[in-house]
Design a protein around this ligand. Structure first.
Ligand SMILES: [Zn+2]
Ligand SMILES: [Zn+2]
Length: 910
């Protein structure tokens, strides 16, 4: 056990004690969190980022690489902090903290996405109300109150994770300035011809009672019934028929029978071809519908004959459009049957389904009803099965530019690279333009009025934004198209993603200047952003829509780099979910562990990979904190308060330590640049723990035990300071506490916080790293020798021989391990190597040699074999190739003394 694990007691150094014996994170962590917020430690320094001379968007923006800008995900206000938040914010914070030290300044804002369905549903839940019972304004007010409470709590939670956000740069997507940006975006896209309003089938959530977009629907497996229903054929292609003939249609949704407008048969379906061109009568509802051939029919399902209803799914919509079919709307906005459903009018779709199945059975039309598992589309916010309704909605055109948006994605660097394929797959599967209007309350109003006479849309004036057409006047008194003087306000609001897709423009202060009649930027230097960090679950939502919007507004992609994180799983690698009851709230974790330990865990995986919550990793984090504290105490006790300057002649072992440190700085820096946090963490930890604490500190202690040594004192302090800085992005509290207590700020370029110091740079120290490492192995071997022989670590050793390359480190080894005579030889000592055993790979030897295997075994056993080059010849008869056997060797030292071997040396204690 080294002394860093067993620091001296307080009494021994009571007079010069800057670090108490125990590190108490429960006091230290919250104190620093408050201090950082009060001091504005993480404020974005605008002056470090020169503005372009002209603030208009056309001017080339300054691209001096002195700042790093991050477009953080505004969390949806829908509840409390979960482990996914903790993980994601912490990853972003590793980047922000590293960049803040490596570059001049960092823009790291924080926002809340507090408009849209999520916050509405939160408000409804929280206050036990329904949005339908209030005016838009009154309900919005309630949403704002509820969100404000949640946001306050959330902010405190995020601050308690030491996320180094600039708390002066925060935004809310419902705030007036953000509403302005959102409405401005709408007007700009309209003018560019990228938006249209259309009455057409839309994806509809009957529970939220609003249109939604393709991205908001998700697959869900459901158990249901497949019903075989007999339809009467009333005419064939020749005309009405006089005989009784029926055919079968299988459906999971008999409540759509009243909406049936046609029947389809595949053109290759020989069995049913005679139906094509005929007319069918829909059971119970009696409407007569045409039978049409179409290749989109899936012949494998049911009887191969299908009905088309307006609308049951996306196929129905395509058929409806392709064959110019009737429109029969049997289901309304709240999933209630309409008058088209006759006696079932007013029933919910589920009640109607049951009633219709019963009546079909009574009427002899239900042939069979069997269990069936299938996939349905549900609304991702509420889990309710979507419907397809004909409604009037606003769309952003996207399908015509799929290739361009794919190319835009390729212009960004993806970490990890493989995540680009998710973006690609989403675009390739895109079937709908983006429906951006929502029939809800708590959203940003769509700034339009419509002429009551000719329907012409009248857009708000850019200078007037934000507006609410429900309470604000239109910019004109009469319709510019026809002169009619009644204009009706738009009641709908925007999809929440229509606004959150603008966060880069919101953060950079994109705006419209009425005077110059041009777009302007408050902080043009921010855009495009260096980094978009986010989860892989919202690549199709947030990232894709941000690329589309920013690309259309600015002509360039909004990000240089995209960092995509995975999801946090439970200890059994299962997704955490309320229904499974395996959710671990961060508050529970942080009751038992320091924040720094949780951050250590969060640095434990490659970005992009889902990874489990593991208490063992947090415990490892705690042990590292303890090690760091103890090592710091030892360094503090060994070195003078007055920081030594770098001496001209460093001793060999000190120069070696500093050269190793240089190499580690370079390597860890490269890993941070590459977002390879787990590799950076592991390398840093192992170098600190093994090389610095276990090897170097032991030697330094010996050297300093008999009085000061400028070379070692300087090296200890420099290495220790550097460790604190390299660990700072991972462990911000303990490193700040040590930096402060050891008064390192006084010798640094920054005033106070370690987190605003310059990232360490290699010092150009050169040493024979291999010789140094071998010397450290020798020290370890001798320490082990003493322990195994029951000797104290400072016991004298009379005579030690080292066979290996430790040139320049002889004195250091002798001093550290109290060796009186140390002889070093470059050549190996007299060691006899003997083959102790030969292992055969029987999986190959068996089949190849069959019944001879016994003879081969016996030959090896009795020593009747020789090795000729790579071939094993047993009993002068059997030849075995090198892939069939492995040699085990034993090495014996026949000289005087006890031998120990290390990786690169042999040590003999005589
Ligand atoms: Zn819904
Ligand atoms: Zn008009």
């Amino acid at each position: 056990m080294s002394d860093t694990e067993n620091p001296p007691t307080d009494e021994s150094t009571a007079d010069d004690q800057r670090l108490p014996g125990e590190y108490d994170p429960s006091d230290v962590e919250p104190a620093w969190q408050d201090q950082w917020v009060t001091d504005g430690t993480y404020a974005y320094d605008e002056s470090a980022a020169p503005r372009a001379a002209d603030a208009s968007g056309d001017e080339p923006r300054d691209d001096a690489d002195t700042r790093f800008t991050i477009d953080t995900p505004p969390p949806t206000v829908s509840g409390n902090l979960h482990m996914g938040h903790l993980y994601q914010f912490t990853l972003q914070d590793f980047v922000a903290r590293y960049r803040r030290m490596a570059e001049n300044t960092v823009y790291f804002p924080f926002g809340y996405d507090d408009n849209g369905i999520a916050s509405e549903r939160l408000t409804e839940r929280e206050l036990d109300i329904r949005h339908q019972d209030f005016s838009r304004r009154a309900f919005q007010e309630k949403c704002r109150d509820v969100c404000a409470d949640y946001e306050e709590e959330f902010t405190e939670d995020v601050q308690s994770l030491a996320i180094s956000v600039d708390w002066d740069n925060t935004y809310k997507t419902i705030a007036p300035d953000v509403q302005r940006v959102s409405q401005l975006s709408f007007l700009d896209l309209y003018e560019q011809g990228r938006e249209y309003r259309q009455r057409a089938p839309t994806i509809w959530c009957p529970d939220c009672e609003t249109a939604i977009s393709q991205v908001e629907q998700e697959d869900e497996d459901k158990a249901t019934k497949f019903n075989d229903i007999a339809f009467d054929l009333v005419a064939d292609s020749e005309g009405p028929i006089t005989w009784d003939e029926t055919f079968t249609i299988s459906t999971t949704r008999p409540e759509l029978l009243p909406a049936c407008v046609s029947v389809f048969v595949h053109p290759d379906d020989d069995d049913n071809q005679h139906l094509v061109g005929g007319t069918a009568r829909v059971p119970l509802f009696e409407q007569e519908v045409p039978i049409i051939a179409d290749e989109r029919v899936d012949m494998e399902t049911g009887s191969g004959v299908v009905m088309c209803c307006t609308f049951g799914d996306q196929n129905d919509i395509e058929w409806y459009q392709a064959h110019d079919l009737d429109l029969r709307l049997a289901i309304d906005e709240s999933a209630t049957m309409t008058e088209v459903a006759g006696e079932y009018e007013g029933m919910s779709t589920t009640d109607a389904r049951e009633a219709i199945i019963e009546d079909l059975d009574d009427a002899g039309h239900l042939l069979e009803s069997r269990d069936h598992d299938h996939t349905v589309q549900v609304h991702e916010r509420c889990g309710v099965e979507v419907e397809y309704l004909v409604t009037e909605q606003w769309y952003i055109e996207m399908l015509d530019k799929k290739d361009e948006y794919l190319d835009a994605g390729r212009q960004m660097d993806w970490y990890p690279e493989k995540m680009f394929s998710r973006y690609q797959h989403w675009i390739e599967g895109l079937e709908w333009d983006w429906c951006i209007s929502r029939q809800r309350d708590s959203g940003i109003p769509i700034p339009v009025w419509y002429c009551d006479d000719c329907g012409e849309p009248v857009m708000a004036d850019r200078g007037d934004l934000p507006v609410d057409p429900l309470s604000d006047d239109p910019p004109v008194d009469r319709c510019p198209e026809c002169g009619h003087d009644d204009l009706t306000p738009e009641e709908d609001v925007f999809d929440t993603w229509a606004t959150s897709s603008l966060t880069p423009l919101v953060n950079a202060g994109w705006d419209w200047d009425t005077e110059s009649e041009d777009f302007v930027w408050d902080n043009p230097e921010l855009y495009p952003f260096d980094l978009r960090p986010q989860g892989h679950d919202i690549i199709s939502f947030w990232l894709f829509h941000t690329v589309v919007k920013c690309y259309e507004h600015t002509g360039e992609v909004p990000f240089e780099n995209v960092m995509v994180n995975g999801m946090v799983l439970d200890e059994n690698r299962e997704a955490m979910s309320k229904s499974k009851g395996n959710v671990i709230p961060p508050s529970e974790v942080l009751e038992n562990f320091p924040v720094d330990a949780a951050r250590y865990w969060a640095a434990g995986t490659s970005i992009g990979d889902d990874f489990p919550y593991k208490e063992g990793d947090l415990e490892a984090g705690e042990r590292l904190l303890q090690k760091l504290w103890n090592a710091s105490r030892l360094v503090d006790q060994l070195t003078p308060t007055e920081r030594p300057a770098e001496p001209d002649d460093l001793s060999a072992v000190d120069r070696w330590m500093l050269a190793e440190l240089d190499a580690t700085i370079d390597s860890v820096t490269a890993k941070f640049e590459d977002y390879a946090f787990s590799k950076a963490r592991n390398e840093l930890r192992s170098f600190f723990w093994n090389t610095f604490c276990d090897d170097y500190l032991e030697i330094a202690k010996q050297r300093l035990s008999e009085g000061g040594d400028a070379s070692t004192e300087y090296t200890l302090v420099r290495a220790h300071r550097t460790f604190l800085q390299l660990f700072a992005p991972f462990l911000p509290h303990i490193t700040e506490e040590l930096w402060d207590r050891l008064d390192y700020a006084a010798t640094a370029d920054a005033d106070g916080s370690i987190h605003t110091t310059d990232w360490p740079a290699a010092g150009g120290h050169e040493a024979d790293l291999a010789a140094g490492e071998t010397a450290m192995e020798v020290v370890s071997a001798l320490r082990r020798y003493k322990t195994e022989n029951g000797l104290p670590l400072n016991a004298d050793l009379g005579h030690v021989e080292v066979y290996g390359h430790i040139e320049g480190f002889e004195a250091a080894v002798a001093e550290a391990m109290h060796v009186e005579t140390l002889d070093v030889f470059e050549d190996a000592p007299d060691i006899t190597t003997e083959i102790s055993d030969i292992d055969l790979d029987y999986s190959v030897v068996g089949p190849e040699f069959g019944s001879d295997v016994g003879a081969i075994d016996a030959g090896i056993e009795s020593g009747d074999y020789e090795i000729d080059d790579d071939t094993l010849v047993v009993a002068s008869e059997f030849e075995l190739g090198s892939d069939l056997f492995e040699i085990e060797e034993s090495r014996t030292y026949s000289g005087e003394g006890e031998m120990t071997e290390t990786d690169t040396a042999v040590v003999v204690v005589r």
